[in-house]
Design a protein around this ligand. Structure first.
Ligand SMILES: NC(=O)c1ccc[n+]([C@@H]2O[C@H](COP(=O)([O-])OP(=O)(O)OC[C@H]3O[C@@H](n4cnc5c(N)ncnc54)[C@H](O)[C@@H]3O)[C@@H](O)[C@H]2O)c1
Ligand SMILES: N[C@@H](CCO)C(=O)O
Ligand code: NA
Length: 430
């Protein structure tokens, strides 16, 4: 039966995502009410620039005082789409203190303070949902938290940043320059307010921390995630990748150690074979593989950024939280009982593609091969191209630990015959 008293929603932030949330709440109001069992009313919209014309939003609802809005006491759900750490964090905790549940898209905040925010939600008997924080529209948080709650997840691997995938795709497929592609991603509403968060891998690292925490029932913070951005990926790297039948993607990889006693989480550019499904993820799309004991390998794919796709995930959470509220219940909170340590990058085992500039003279190849052997790194293929007494040597290894590879590279740099290490890239997805 439909309840006539509406559930009241406060929207914090009315930018790319917030404006789409407001639009869908209005245009789909009847369907949302039917699905929830009560009407949902937009009771206030906190913005920074009140003079801006916002189509479809009653100006009487607009305020610059987000704190007063979350303190009103009659708000059921606060939707936080401001982003950043403060004032978002204080607004969310204030919302809990004043009897509201929270839906957020804020991966930066959740990766940094997720544990404290979950504790605050639990202490006040409120919900904290954030499907939009990871991989935009793709249902990923809820499948991990709920659908896979009976399985044991061992690995989560994928493309979780739309902006960088958009840029890498453009660089690879059209030869576009980095800045031109970034400007386009920003204009399309994919990039963070400060796109450094995207291109330097902070955004993907925040998502990796959130995914690893939920997947492995443990706490993983942003600082625990090894992070390398994509700003140093060059046209030459794409050319090398193509020679190997690969392309380059910025990947987030969260793994449980073989003995199950620890986990790792990392974000870095990697070569992947063109035959791998991740190679065909184009534009701002995201795709994530989840590997579990019983389920085997699952793939989640869809739009990873942009106003409307992100709003879809926010609205899904809003419906879930409203349903919980009508039932006098809350959804699942944080599950961190496994308390697994997070290991450093040295323990990660993968394959490597290394480009070296070397002297083109007898014995150099043997010298280089010896350094690899001395560090226990087995070589898969070697390709050499010589020109005017200099040569470029491309070595692809079998699986080795990052620590062993690091030692190898350090020793290679010390060889007189090695003029420089032009690039090192991990090879994933085989
Ligand atoms: N854009 C996307 O594709 C996308 C996807 C997933 C998640 N997110 C996340 O959603 C959140 C919002 O992203 P966005 O792309 O909409 O950003 P945005 O910059 O377009 O919107 C944020 C809005 O918040 C407003 N704001 C800032 N401080 C405020 C305050 N104190 N009170 C009220 N309003 C304030 C800004 O003026 C701006 O309009 C971020 O956490 C982001 O990481 C964005
Ligand atoms: N800036 C983010 C938004 C989605 O989280 C991205 O490009 O993926
Ligand atoms: Na999502």
């Amino acid at each position: 039966m439909m309840r006539t008293r509406p559930l009241k929603v406060a929207l914090l932030g009315c930018g790319v995502v917030g404006s789409e949330v407001a639009r869908i709440m209005t245009t789909h109001a009847d369907d949302l009410a039917a699905r929830i069992g009560a009407p949902v009313e937009l009771a206030g919209v906190a913005v920074r620039r009140p003079s801006k014309v916002r189509e479809g939003i009653d100006p009487a609802l607009v305020t610059t005082d987000a704190t007063a809005l979350v303190k009103r006491g009659d708000i059921d759900v606060v939707v936080e789409v401001i982003g950043g750490i403060e004032p978002a964090r204080t607004l969310i905790t204030t919302a809990f203190e004043h009897g509201a549940s929270v839906v957020s898209a804020n991966k930066a905040l959740l990766a940094q303070d997720g544990a404290a925010l979950h504790a605050a939600a639990e202490a006040h008997g409120e919900d904290l949902y954030y499907e939009a924080a990871v991989a935009g529209a793709i249902p990923l948080i809820r499948p991990l938290r709920e659908s896979l709650a009976g399985d044991k997840v061992n690995r989560v691997l994928g493309i979780v940043n739309g902006t960088t995938n958009f840029i890498l795709d453009k660089m690879d497929s059209t030869g576009a320059g980095y800045q031109e592609a970034l400007d386009e991603a920003t204009a399309l509403g994919y990039a963070e307010a400060d796109p450094t968060a995207d291109v330097e891998g902070f955004d993907a690292a925040a998502k990796a921390a959130i995914l690893a925490g939920i997947a492995f029932h443990t706490r993983v913070r942003l600082d625990d995630v090894h992070r390398e951005g994509m700003t140093e990926v060059t046209a030459a790297d794409f050319a090398s990748a193509r020679k190997m039948g690969c392309t380059i993607k910025l990947l987030a990889i969260c793994e449980r150690a073989r003995d199950g006693a620890s986990v790792t989480a990392r974000v870095h550019p990697a070569m992947i074979p063109l035959s791998h499904p991740l190679a065909s993820v184009r534009g701002a799309y995201n795709a994530v593989f989840v590997e579990s004991d019983a389920s085997g390998r699952l793939m989640f794919y869809g739009p990873g950024a942009g106003g409307a796709p992100t709003a879809s995930a926010v609205l899904g959470d809003l419906v879930a939280v409203c349903r919980n509220r009508l039932n006098g219940a809350t959804g699942p909170g944080e599950s961190a009982y496994a308390a697994l340590p997070v290991s450093g990058m040295g323990d990660v085992v993968t394959r490597y593609h290394i480009s070296l500039d070397v002297a083109d003279k007898p014995g150099v190849l043997a010298q280089v091969a010896t350094v690899f052997a001395e560090h226990g790194v087995s070589i898969d293929t070697v390709r050499q191209q010589g020109k005017d007494g200099e040569a470029s040597l491309v070595v692809v290894t079998h699986r080795a630990s990052d620590a062993a590879l690091g030692g190898t590279v350090e020793a290679l740099r010390k060889l007189d015959t090695v003029r420089g290490v032009a690039s090192i890239m991990r090879v994933e997805g085989e």
